[in-house]
Structure formats: structure tokens, C-alpha cells
Write a protein that binds this ligand. Sequence first.
Ligand code: CA
Ligand code: CA
Length: 445
Amino acid sequence: MEFDNKLFKLLCDCRNYLMLGGLCLVIMGDANAQCVANFTYTMDSTNTVAFTNTSTNFDTASVVFAWNFGDGNSSTAENPTHTYIVNGTYTICLAVNDSGCADSLCQTIVIGGDSIWPGDANNDGIVNYLDIFPIGIAFGSQGVPRDSIDISWSPKLAFDWNTSFADSTDYKYADCNGDGMINADDTTAIFQNYHLTHSKSTGRAPCDPGNPPLFFNFPSDSVSAGDTVMGTVHYGDATDSAKNVYALGFTIDYDPSLIKAGSFAMDFTGWLGGAQNSLDVIQDFPGTGTLEAGFTRTDHNAVSGRGAIASFIIVMEDDLSGSAYLGLNFGNEVKAIGPNEQEMEVCAVDKEVSIVNAVKDPDHRLASVKIYPNPTAGTLNIMMGALVAENLEVANVLGQTIRVEPVTGNQQQIRLAVSGLEAGMYLLKIRSESGAIVRKFNILR
Ligand SMILES: [Ca+2]
Ligand SMILES: [Ca+2]
């Protein structure tokens, strides 16, 4: 074959001359098989495809190219450009004809089908708490389903829905599982692929003082070793209330040596919304000391307000020796959006709480305090052991103190009537001469 090729090239290159002798027509019959059609292409975001003709072994002077773009359009240019109007899969064919030399090649291309990564609903390169936002904004939308419902971490070919978020990201990215619907099922991909990345992520602009603050509210300005601390996250205050908010996300950095691993829990409850008409993603990473939380409403109604939006619980380590304070710091990606995805103002404020009693209950006196029955329907018995109670405080899940009772009479065996409280979880803080003891209790009805 190698010999034949060389022979062909020698003869074909000379064919004009040889044709005078009536010889080349015969030789050209063998030569046709050597004409090779080939092309490459690039595509841009406007569905415009630029084709590059890479065909070989033809005579530039006499060759005829015939392109069929697969959508009813064609061209005879050597390197044509074509814009597709409708998304879809097209078969593009290039035919090369050159004085009896003929070849063609067809390739299939997908228009409007760049890849999505399941869970990266905002297409910023990382799966995290902010990916709940587009799901909330587009909640209930329907579009082009993918070929298969698959949330494994690899690029999935997806056609544009031709509906976009404010930053021009197509809705298809929020259909994390590819079933053609944007709903709560799409959060599964966020949890499964959490923190996976496929390119560099972006940062957030620093906050401006004067914007509605995002801040922590603690029941006390100090904590002790072993404490169960219940606090709240607030958005907006009496000076600067938050307006027209649809979704909110933030990260909280903390020193993992101070908080018992796995104890940091958060619940979105407050003026921004609760279990109704909302979704959230809350992930704690005790190894690095980061809690990430994203919340979105799903009813397409923004809300305005101020005060608590989430409650949280942390359990302090039993030995905090060497540490003077617990810091809870918002990370550099705090973000709130309105119903049209416009970014809303947030000024994140970090919190420091001083540590007192850095070693938990060295003489085990606090541990000897017992409450029972728990859960209860009407009465709590408080057995103080070696301590003397001075007063009792009951707080709800938002950390708000709802009852304060001085202790009179027997200060070591106390009966506390709680029959007036609604069913749910509460904290009982018992103040004694040796410090405060906090116990969780539940009321059942
Ligand atoms: Ca993302
Ligand atoms: Ca979906």
C-alpha cells in the first residue's frame, strides 16, 4: 500500500501533463480513495459553530466542498460558520469532491448542551450551601430533562432551558438530578456531592457597616467547660431591618478544640421562615471547625423583618484550659438574595464569648444535679446534690428566656411546675453559688 500511495502521488501531481497522453484517467480511478474529508469545530455560548476544514489530498484549484449542517442549511465555504437556532443534536456532513476524488465525513454535535455538575446549582465550581438558592428561586420550574437521572460527580450533558437566573446562569443547573423539574429532590445532589469542586470558586465582596447586620445572640456573654449553649442567629436589628429577603447563606468558623465534635446543630426558625415553604442545607465540619448553612424560601415570596432567623446548639468541651474565649466568626461568603436574585445587604458581625470555668466541674458538683422526669408533662423535680439553687430560668429553642423563678424554701430539692408550657424542647438554667448548670428538657403533651 505504501508503494501504491507513493505511485499515486507521483502520478496525480503530474496528472495535467499525463492527461494529455490519455493515461491519468485510468490512474485517477485508483487515486479517488485517497481523498480524505475531515473537519473540526468550536462552539460558543450563542450556539455558533465555527468549522475548520482539515480535509487532505485534494486539488485546491478544483475542489468543491459541500457542508450539510443537519438543520436544513448548507454551505460551500471551505471553513464556514453556522448558528443554530434550536437546541438539539445535529449530524453535520462534509463532502469533498475534486475531479473524481470524492469523500465525505459526518459528525454528530450537541447544540445548547454544555455540561452541568450535579449539585452545583449556581455553576460557580463548588457544591455548597449557596446552591440551595437557585433551587429556591426556580422552585417548581420545569424544563428539558437529561438523558438519565444521575447525580454522580461527573459532567452531565444538559440542554439549556432557555430560562436564566439574574446572572445568566441557565435554570438547567438547578435541576441537579436531571429529571426536568426543580424541586426538593434536587437537594440530594448537594448533600451527596458536598464540597466537591470542578473549577475555582469565587469569593464575596466585604460587607458595609450600616447594612442589616447578621449576628449571634447568646443567652450569656460567657461559657463554661461542658456547657450546652443555645443561641440564635439574627438578621436585621432595630436600626437596620432586613428587607425583601428570599434566601440566605453563611459559614461560621470556630475553634474545633473548644466545641465537642458533632454537637454544633442549627435550625432555621424565625422571621425568615421555618419548615413551611423553605429548604435548607446545614453541614458541620468539626475537623476544620466550619459550619455551613444555606436557606431558601420556596414560595416565591420574599419577607422583611429583623431578629432571630435560626437557633443553634453547641456543647463546649470539658477542658477549655488555655483558651480565654470562644469565637464564632462568619466566613467570607455570606450572601442574601431577594426574589429577583438581586443581592441583598448583609453585614456579618463576629462574636466572642469569654470562657469562665475552663475545666468542667472539677469537683463533680455540677454533674450531681439531676432533673426528672424528662420528658415531663407537668412537673420537673430538680435535685441539687451538694449545691444550693438561687434561681431558675427556662429558655425556649430560640434562646429566649421565658420564665425566671427565684428559689425560696428548699433550695436543694425543687419542684418546678411547667404545665403552662407548650410541648417542645426547653433549656433549664439553674443558677447556683458555684455557677450555672444548664439542662435540656422536653415537654410532652
Ligand atoms: Ca455551587
Ligand atoms: Ca430535578
